[in-house]
Design a protein around this ligand. Structure first.
Ligand code: ADP
Ligand code: MG
Length: 361
């Protein structure tokens, strides 16, 4: 159904916001560290029209049944469903002193949800940008990213870092966003001409992510406290020898974050040098670290990564996103990426029996 059919008026603005894939730098953002995401072609499209009252009417064509939901500004509730993201946006904007009125909105997205590709940031950032179109207010992209993060932290109750929101706000196709999540300084780094990305959703959804994610976060905070630093980002490879007294578990968790942070810096150098073999090697090391030290992979994802690494066109592959399911990203030769993605998906289906989805290329 169209916007006009739902709301009997025409939309006055349409905003498309991409999903993102993180190339490397996983679980580093809440440790004040570095990340390196880029956008994927899939987008969340929001059509919007301002209303003259304080009513919000919203429908998502991705939710079945696609019904119109209504609430009043100022009466936002932390509902247990997807509407919490919408109500969170209006609550955070209003309580931040930004004036908005009621509106009608239709959401339709091709970003898969819960696949590690940040459909939630595409939704919250997209809605704030759509509201900026119809209730003109002055917010820069980084300010929008911060507000969208607060929606997840303070309203949804997901203690996510700032990577996803900054990525969907600022990254561009074929450019990676090298972001320092402490200072929010960033640099767009072009992908080498021959670099082809492959993104495949494993079909295993990250159901345990809430509990697992929070536990990892707590471990990092605990390790930083014991090591007397503000965040693990303040430690480097030279400090790995200092981790023993943390005990086996915290040592592994801290080792992942510290080594992963260093790998992001190495990956940026490899990108700039056009060294795809080196970048692929860093992908492999990152995956091993997430699997063995951070323990956020799953058997299916490990198998998908192994299958990808065995493909002759692939330089390296890894789990992308928070983990406990989700998607993999692989670096391949550009011209061979489409065929390689098909081969990898086919072998995964045969060996694991789960239906994968090729999202890129
Ligand atoms: P991810 O961001 O990795 O996709 P999250 O668990 O952070 O996974 O966010 C997924 C949630 O965001 C969905 O369960 C849903 O509540 C909400 N969401 C994302 N996209 C849409 C959409 N197009 N329509 C409605 N809700 C959406
Ligand atoms: Mg999310």
């Amino acid at each position: 159904m169209t916007f006009e059919q739902y709301f009997s008026v025409a939309p006055s603005a349409t905003v498309a916001t991409p999903g993102r894939v993180n190339l490397i730098g996983e679980h580093t953002d809440y440790n004040d560290g570095f990340v390196l995401p880029t956008v994927i072609p899939q987008t969340t499209v929001i059509q919007i029209a301002a209303r003259k009252d304080q009513t919000v009417r919203v429908v998502s064509s991705n939710m079945q049944p696609a019904a119109v939901h209504t609430y009043t500004l100022g009466a936002e509730k932390k509902s247990g469903d997807w509407l919490v993201y919408i109500q969170g946006v209006t609550h955070i904007l209003r309580t931040s002193g930004i004036t908005i009125g009621g509106f009608d909105a239709l959401i339709s997205s091709t970003v898969p949800t819960g696949a590690g590709l940040s459909s939630s940031a595409a939704l919250t950032v997209g809605l704030i940008k759509a509201l900026r179109e119809v209730f003109p207010f002055d917010l820069t992209d980084p300010a929008i990213a911060r507000l969208a993060q607060r929606v997840e932290n303070e309203f949804v109750g997901a203690h996510v870092g700032i990577m996803d929101q900054m990525a969907v706000c600022l990254a561009k196709p074929r450019q990676a966003l090298f972001l320092d999540t402490r200072s929010l300084h960033y640099e767009l780094v072009a992908l080498p001409e021959q670099a082809g990305l492959i993104v495949i959703n494993s079909g295993v959804s990250h159901s345990n992510i809430g509990g697992g994610y929070s536990a990892r976060r707590r471990s990092c905070e605990e390790a930083a406290t014991q090591l007397k630093v503000k965040a693990l980002r303040d430690l480097g490879l030279a400090d790995l020898g200092r981790l023993k007294p943390l005990g086996a578990l915290l040592e592994k968790r801290a080792r992942h974050v510290i080594s992963e942070n260093a790998r992001v810096e190495s990956a940026v150098l490899a990108l700039k040098a056009g060294d795809l073999a080196r970048l692929g090697q860093l992908f492999k090391e990152s995956h091993a670290s997430m699997r063995d030290d951070y323990e956020v992979s799953t058997p299916e994802i490990d198998q998908l990564v192994t299958i990808a690494n065995l493909d002759p066109a692939v330089y390296g592959a890894r789990l992308t996103g928070g983990g406990f399911g989700g998607s993999i990203v692989a670096l391949a030769h550009l011209a061979e990426a489409p065929a390689a993605a098909k081969r990898i998906a086919q072998r995964y289906l045969e060996q694991v029996g789960k239906e994968p989805t090729i999202l890129v290329p």
